[in-house]
Design a protein around this ligand. Structure first.
Ligand SMILES: Cc1cc2nc3c(=O)[nH]c(=O)nc-3n(C[C@H](O)[C@H](O)[C@H](O)COP(=O)(O)OP(=O)(O)OC[C@H]3O[C@@H](n4cnc5c(N)ncnc54)[C@H](O)[C@@H]3O)c2cc1C
Length: 397
């Protein structure tokens, strides 16, 4: 089998790279279908990019690393590709772009691009061994019980992180990196719900409310969802990437800051109403009931001084909680950390010390916010590695 470039992993990044890496591309994946995470992403509609995507939306030990690839292959480039394939899409909120119909449209598009470039896709195929040779690599793969030896000049490692092992995540990219002497930063589950011992929020399970949430990073104004196990929803997933074990999280239940004025206005016109009743007009009633024992809510609104109302608002704006943990890789959308970017070229994703070996996508220590940023990193890093390989003499399609 002719193989100039071997790509390990037919996920978002691997397929993108395969479409651009020139001739002689073989993509292997141990799964029975390509792009399984794309298929389930965005509730089946794939939040495939974000209109506001910049390097500022990513976490990495080197915050500059992602800049080059993100600038050279932007969200607009991906949107052009989506438009060329006639895939209908819409913006949901906060610049997040989703397919109108199905995430499968994105998978079909990438497979069509790969086929047009002549790339060969081998599913249910495992990598058994990979080693360096004088002019490239020797890879032993196993497909349908048969061993094949490939001798590619380039290898792109695109087998993702550790999130959702049930879907085939293995963390093999880190093993390959270590085998070739590259450093791997600490990894942990990110974009993941928080858990609390004794399930304190079970009575509120299913309730969502807008909040501003913060851990050890930026604040996020999005929805929070109470669950049987703890706290979820976009606001919690976002801050989970900035949280470390044992640390508190801060929740502002009045993100628009308008409660104090609203209560004062109500005091003028409905002072005889119970403070708790009036608060339940501003916040979900179930939440008010739940929080009531810890809040100064006794009496009528008319009896509440400005200082009393200020105290109430302060407590609602500064709710500090200490999660026990997170749901871990079982439900995490991404893996935080990964292959240390110090060892990679930000232009090409090639390992500085191992010419011909590339790492792309989630495997790399570049982790996006929730909102289409992780796919954009997969497209941009996959494209950067692909065109770098194709631009080498004699490797154009
Ligand atoms: C439930 C869920 C929803 C998400 N929704 C979104 C969203 O809407 N927008 C967004 O931007 N991001 C989303 N993400 C994150 C996004 O899916 C990932 O960031 C992205 O898929 C990473 O692309 P990748 O190609 O690096 O890795 P992956 O897409 O994980 O692809 C890796 C591939 O390598 C294969 N592989 C792994 N190990 C081996 C091995 N040992 N041998 C052979 N093959 C192997 C896997 O089968 C897989 O096909 C979501 C993630 C999850 C889990």
């Amino acid at each position: 089998m002719e193989c100039e470039t071997l790509i390990i992993g037919a996920g978002a990044a691997g397929m993108m790279a395969a479409a651009h890496a020139g001739r002689g591309v073989v993509v292997i994946d141990h799964a029975k279908a390509a792009g399984e995470k794309i298929r389930i992403s965005g509730g089946g509609r794939c939040n495939f990019t974000n209109m506001g995507c910049t390097a500022g939306n990513f976490l990495s030990r080197n915050p500059h690393f992602a800049k080059s690839a993100l600038k050279r292959y932007t969200q607009w480039d991906f949107l052009d590709l989506v438009a060329r394939h006639g895939i209908p899409w819409h913006e949901k909120t906060l610049g997040q772009l989703f397919c109108d119909t199905s995430a499968k449209d994105i998978i079909a598009m990438l497979q069509a691009e790969m086929a047009a470039a002549g790339a060969q896709l081998l599913l249910r195929t495992a990598l058994l061994d990979l080693c360096k040779t004088d002019d490239g690599f020797r890879a032993v793969i196993k497909q349908d019980g048969t061993l094949h030896t490939l001798t590619p000049r380039h290898v792109i490692v695109a087998c993702g992180g550790k999130s959702i092992p049930k879907m085939g995540a293995t963390g093999m990219a880190y093993d390959i990196a270590r085998q070739f002497g590259l450093a791997v930063t600490d990894t942990r589950a990110a974009l993941v719900p928080f858990t609390f011992s004794d399930n304190p929020f079970a009575p509120l399970s299913g309730l969502a409310t807008p909040v501003r949430a913060q851990a050890d990073g930026p604040g996020f104004d999005e929805a929070m969802l109470f669950t049987h196990r703890g706290l979820s929803g976009p606001a919690m997933l976002q801050i989970s990437s900035y949280w470390s074990d044992g640390a508190p999280i801060h929740i502002n239940l009045i993100p628009d800051g308008a409660l104090f004025d609203a209560l004062r206005d109500q005091r003028q016109i409905a002072g005889r109403k119970a403070l708790k009743t009036v608060l339940a007009l501003q916040l979900p009633a179930r939440l008010v009931d739940y929080l009531a024992p810890a809040l100064p809510l006794e009496g009528n609104l008319a009896d509440a001084s400005d200082a009393h109302l200020r105290d109430l608002c302060d407590r609602l704006e500064n709710w500090e909680l200490r999660p026990t943990g997170t749901e871990g890789y079982r439900t995490a959308e991404v893996t935080l950390g990964g292959i240390d970017t110090d060892g990679l070229s930000s232009q090409t994703m090639e390992a500085k010390a191992v010419p011909g070996l590339y790492f792309i996508g989630e495997a790399v220590d570049v982790t996006g916010w929730l909102g289409g940023y992780n796919f954009q990193w997969a497209w941009s890093s996959g494209w950067a590695a692909g065109v770098a390989i194709a631009s080498r003499a004699g490797n154009h399609t």
